[in-house]
Design a protein around this ligand. Structure first.
Ligand code: PHE
Length: 337
């Protein structure tokens, strides 16, 4: 019996096989246990002899098992080390690094500048109610800007926001009639436009709102001028032209001086020396009232800028569609931006 077991131990070439041998000979149902269990039936004379022999055999098997286990483990370890050895002289695999999307980079830069001017950054939903997108901004139900032609309606009174201005209303509501409110809000907006070099059905805006006591038009102009000089460079300046928005009165369109031609006129500024970059104005008293602010006590300014426009002008990008077609050659140029 002992010999048989020792032979099987020798043959076993894996830890698992060895374990099977252990169970077979030394296990609860194995022959040795059986012998030891049957001792009671033996005569007093035979008992010590048989017991001694059985114990000897068991010890021998156990010892051999241990030795073999050690051997096998050593072999396994060596094989593993062999397999895992690394040739440090092989050339490495290139790790492709991504980059911030240029629009993300521009939004973050804009936010930083406005934070420096005392604004905080907030956000609002892209699927918006008709109420916040239009009504709370002084656009009555029959206003042409609510036309189904211009907007993506989800349900009769829900739509993809056409501007970031609803965040003005949402924010004022949250402040419950107590100023100051001083926020910027970047985000995506949607309009039913046909895509071309300068139009996209989805684009980004950065909204600004400042409501407090005694906020004046000169504060708006000063804020925007400081922003433009920081973003484009100290030699740039702005001009305001009268315009109309339902939620501001008076309303202006804001141009930045053309940095390419130095003001003499070129293709970029259509030979005018100026480039339109945003809409703005003093918050309409109706909008203050709708959203819980007393227009006798408070006044404010608001602006909405096209983020793509600012990015295109700064980096000389000639087609808005580049931002959304994910051409890796375009995106890679912004790795250091
Ligand atoms: N929401 C306007 C637009 O999308 C821009 C704007 C914002 C104008 C705030 C005035 C004040 O054209």
């Amino acid at each position: 019996l002992g010999k048989e077991a020792l032979e099987e131990i020798k043959q076993a070439d894996t830890v698992k096989a060895l374990d099977a041998v252990r169970v077979k000979y030394l296990g609860k149902k194995g022959p040795i246990t059986e012998v030891l269990r049957g001792m009671g039936k033996l005569s007093a004379e035979e008992r010590p002899k048989v017991g001694q022999k059985a114990n000897e055999v068991r010890e021998e098997i156990q010892q051999q098992l241990e030795q073999k286990t050690e051997e096998l483990e050593k072999i396994a370890l060596e094989e593993k080390l062999q397999e895992e050895s690394i040739d440090v002289t092989l050339p490495g695999k290139e790790v492709k690094r991504g980059a911030r999307h240029p629009l993300t980079a521009v939004v973050e830069e804009m936010e930083d500048i406005f934070i420096g001017l005392g604004f905080s950054v907030t956000e609002g939903p892209e699927v918006e109610t008709d109420y916040y997108n239009f009504e709370a901004l002084n656009l009555p139900p029959d206003h042409p800007a609510r036309d189904m032609q211009d907007s993506f309606y989800v349900t009769p009174d829900m739509l993809l926001r056409t501007q970031t201005s609803p965040v003005q209303a949402r924010t004022m509501e949250k402040f419950k009639g107590k100023g100051p409110v001083k926020i910027v809000c970047p985000g995506k907006v949607y309009r039913r436009d046909d895509d071309d070099a300068t139009h996209s059905h989805q684009f980004m805006q950065m909204e600004g709102l400042y409501v407090d006591e005694n906020v004046r038009m000169s504060d708006l102009k000063g804020t925007l001028e400081a922003f433009v000089k920081e973003y484009f460079g100290p030699d740039r300046t702005i001009r305001l032209r009268p315009s109309f928005f339902p939620f501001t009165e008076p309303s202006v369109e804001v141009d930045v001086s053309c940095g390419i031609c130095g003001g003499d006129g070129c293709r970029i500024c259509k030979h005018s020396g100026w480039i339109e970059v945003l809409g703005a104005g003093m918050v309409h008293p109706n909008v203050l009232t709708y959203n819980g602010f007393d227009p006798e006590k408070y006044s404010g300014f608001a602006f909405g800028m096209g983020v793509e426009r600012f990015a295109m002008l700064k980096y000389g990008i000639d087609d808005i569609r580049h931002f959304y077609t994910n051409d890796i050659r375009f995106l890679e140029q912004f790795k250091r931006v």
